[in-house]
Design a protein around this ligand. Sequence first.
Ligand code: 13P
Length: 307
Amino acid sequence: MTEEPKPFESVQKRILELKKKLKAVIVAHNYQRPEVQDIADFCGDSLELARKCTEVDAEVIVFCGVRFMAESAAILNPTRTVLLTEGSAGCPLADMIDADDLTGWKERYPRATVVCYINSSAAIKAESDYCCTSANALKVVESIPNGDILFIPDQHLGHYVSTKTTKRMILYPGFCPPHRRLKPEHIILAQKAHPEAKIVVHPECVAEVVALADAVLSTSQMLRYVKESPAKVFLIGTEEGLLHRLHQENPEKSFYVLTGGLVCPDMKRTTLESVLKTMELRRNVVTVTEEIRLRAKQALDRMLAVS
Ligand code: 13P
């Protein structure tokens, strides 16, 4: 008697068939749902995904992530079709600055070099000198020969970098709502329960949280840190989707998210069904006007050259 296919399995099978038909590659951010990460050809942090998208020779890039990430793929690889698996998956942090806000800040600090976090729209990247991710923000800032840095839009990543550089940094007041939920009290409580654990947090966390951590890292840097560490227990201060790869790649180690609710609702919009529908309909094609793309690409290229 043959077994009825489980719903996940039949959807996965259809996605894989369509992938062949469309000559597509599926890429996913480390915060995606476990079953979505599992059907991806490549999972990574923002820097790895941006790099990957300069390399793929597939005709279609199916992007399981949020809009600014898919836009970066479209900016870096304009000859490919980029499909965002959920059209409404945005980033509240990226939405905290628009072109008018940035114009005002540039008028206040006309001599500053503008470094924008990759969590920003294509229009913001186009008005910036350099782009950066959480994995290379310090390297990018240090590579800039002289003068002040206007860092947009994440104040916490900017503040963390400012503690590591002698450069004067002007910080735009944006923040990531899920990372801002994490408070020092959560760390103190979790540490009481797991005194032997290493504490690893994302630099989008507030300074008081960063101060209590053993390591402050991008999501893929966290994966490497955990693999190389002799420690067995880790308290994780980032979106809970990262736990999937942490468990998969380190079955002998234990992981606890530092507090409940470290969830990015936009990252969770993508489901296996939405991946399938996106591929079936070739929907949510991400495009950037050529005028913006060329200027935004300069900021991304400068980042990729540095890191
Ligand atoms: P990473 O680049 O560390 O994966 O972070 C992406 C992000 O959007 C964090 O909120």
